[in-house]
Design a protein around this ligand. Structure first.
Ligand code: F3S
Length: 285
């Protein structure tokens, strides 16, 4: 049997960096409590493992206010500026694992906002990354994710400059469409395409592999939306596509009669799980 493992399977650069930061902090601070502000990734296995090593998840600002000391790690999504201020004020050690691509958006928003621009974030307003970006704008800021919202957009002040950025995982075509709608309103706009290619590249590689193999295995947490999307893309190309969370979910019978198997994984799937699946398929088929 031939196995084709996607090169882009699993963690992107920013998530890998954030997860490694947590394990590094666990090694460095044996006697201190370690917290992550929000789950470091959406993967049950990793969260369970970190819990075993004494890492707790803070789910809200209220929970953050209850801790007295320890180390708080900011995940790759980033946080609003006031969270850093809060940690500093309370003398709590902050380790920043915000993805540098997200950090760059924070910088742009802070600078443009300081210059008086109205900030437009193209993205999902309830996504933590967008909540974080929003928290770097001084005052006027709008979050837009549909054509209807773009049509209704109005800058706060007349003649005000408008600065448009995007959530890193937003769809590029949709971003372009929404920017065009806002552009027609005649504002002096500055557009910064801050979309990260990691997701697109993973999806495109998965599509290519699924199109040429007999069966495709997609590994990822059941609640991970990017893994679900990856599964749909692969299923469209290859009917024998299987969604598994860990090796335990793999049904050997499904792969018995195939000659080529493709493997990919969502952005929050650790390498160790991907390798386990790959080795198992290699040995047993
Ligand atoms: Fe960063 Fe792109 Fe991943 S923005 S967290 S490398 S998807």
């Amino acid at each position: 049997m031939h196995i084709e493992l996607a090169k882009t399977a699993g963690f992107c650069f920013g998530v890998k960096r954030a997860v490694e930061t947590v394990y590094e902090q666990v090694r460095c601070h044996k006697s201190r409590r370690i917290y992550t502000y929000g789950p470091i990734i959406h993967n049950e296995e990793v969260i369970k493992d970190l819990k075993k090593q004494g890492v707790s998840v803070l789910h809200s600002e209220e929970e953050l206010l209850k801790i007295e000391d320890g180390v708080v790690i900011i995940r790759s999504h980033g946080v609003p500026r006031h969270i850093y201020d809060l940690l500093k004020k309370r003398n709590i050690t902050c380790v920043d694992a915000t993805c540098p691509f997200v950090k760059k958006i924070h910088r742009i928003v802070a600078e443009e906002s300081e210059k008086g621009s109205h900030i437009v974030i193209i993205g999902n307003s309830v996504h933590p990354e967008v909540e974080g970006i929003r928290g770097w704008a001084k005052d006027q800021v709008s979050v837009i994710q549909s054509a209807e919202e773009a049509e209704h957009f109005q800058a706060e002040k007349e003649g005000q400059k408008v600065c448009i950025v995007a959530q890193t995982t937003f769809n590029y075509n949709k971003f372009k469409e929404l920017v065009e709608i806002i552009d027609k309103k005649g504002y002096d706009i500055i557009v910064l395409n801050t979309i990260c290619n990691a997701t697109k590249e993973r999806q495109e590689e998965a599509r290519r592999i699924a199109g040429r193999v007999d069966a495709m295995v997609v590994i990822g947490d059941k609640r991970s939306s990017n893994t679900q999307k990856l599964f749909e893309i692969c299923k469209n190309e290859c009917l024998n596509t299987y969604y598994i969370q860990t090796l335990d979910d793999l049904d050997m019978n499904q792969l018995r009669s195939v000659e080529t198997v493709g493997i990919t994984a969502g952005a929050s799937t650790p390498n160790i799980i991907i390798e386990e699946v790959q080795n198992y398929v290699r040995i047993n088929f």
